[in-house]
Design a protein around this ligand. Sequence first.
Ligand code: PLP
Length: 396
Amino acid sequence: MTPALSDRVRACEVSSIRHMFDLADREAREGRDLVRLEIGEPDFDTPAHVTEAATEAARAGHTHYTSNAGLPSLREAISQTLSREYGLETDPETEVVVTTGGMEALHLAMLTIADPDTEIVCPTPTWPNYLTQARLASATPVEVPLDPDEGFALDPDRVIDTMGEDTAAVVLCTPSNPTGRVYDAAAIERVVEAAVANDTYVIADEVYAGLTYDGSRRSVAALTDAPEHVLTVHSCSKTYAMTGWRVGWLSGPAEVVREVTEIRESTTASTSSISQHGAIAALTGPQEPIDGMYDAFEERRDYVIDRIDAIEGLAAPRPEGAFYAFLDVREWEGSSLAIAESLLTDYGVVCAPGGGFGDAGEGFLRLSFANGLDRLEEGFDRIERALEDEAFGPVG
Ligand SMILES: Cc1ncc(COP(=O)(O)O)c(C=O)c1O
């Protein structure tokens, strides 16, 4: 018998999203024609000028550790991008730290501000990694279910009711993974005001902010009078199709950024120097390829809305950002996991079960439109066929 694992690690669960991914991977390897709509990453290749800049940097010998905070020229580019695109003013010297993806920014932010007896408040349905990251910081994740009948809009009263002296942070993911909602500015302001009143933080996960189709792209921190209570996370992954490069960043008050920078010395120390050079090219180079991907996502988003409207028995909150539609299957027979498994097995279309995004997501399926229009068409045709067959009982 092996020695015991930590309580912290044993408290973490394998997500049902990963379960579907593994199931689909197995069937795909056996040659099955699946429409993979469960995957949360752009299907585009990284723009060529980014890859070229990184290759050149590697050839020129930029292959060493960088400072823990990241290359000064990248921090400068980040600060300018935050200001230009999201209305957020930061000092690149003291208020920005480059991280290994948004993932590390979130993880280190929680390690920096949470103690074992504190709580991380997460309006749900939401990206399940926050719950795991809270547990890894030995804090307690607290789910605040949003109302499906309000399209999972941010309900500040529900969030504020959950906050108190034990709250280390509230995590706001906007645009939201998995619902695609962009949270209302007034609702956000109220949550930040409550963070001020409770002397705590809002962690604003804005990794999808570059993919906002309706409404304003303004950063949460730019919407409030108390930006010192907001820790903002951005990333190259989704906007620039750079998931494998692992470049993200945290911006916020200098004290938190300093501590995050310090503890990085013991985690990853610095983000890949080569990737950082790629990120500089992504942020400061030609934006046409990035605008092109945005336009493609918007076109797919419109297509997805049209298909959902046209298919009887299908509904979803309007995806205002990111690349997800959260299909309402509450009237269908079976749990979201059972429905997702059966759609895969019987119809060859793969979605992520909503229950994997917190209890509030049960009765929903996340469909990713990070897929070409032809595959989306085929995917919706298969879902439509399942409904015509009454595979999940008579709905619509
Ligand atoms: C909501 C959300 N936040 C953060 C991330 C982390 O992205 P990355 O570490 O690739 O920047 C993801 C990735 O799927 C995500 O969906």
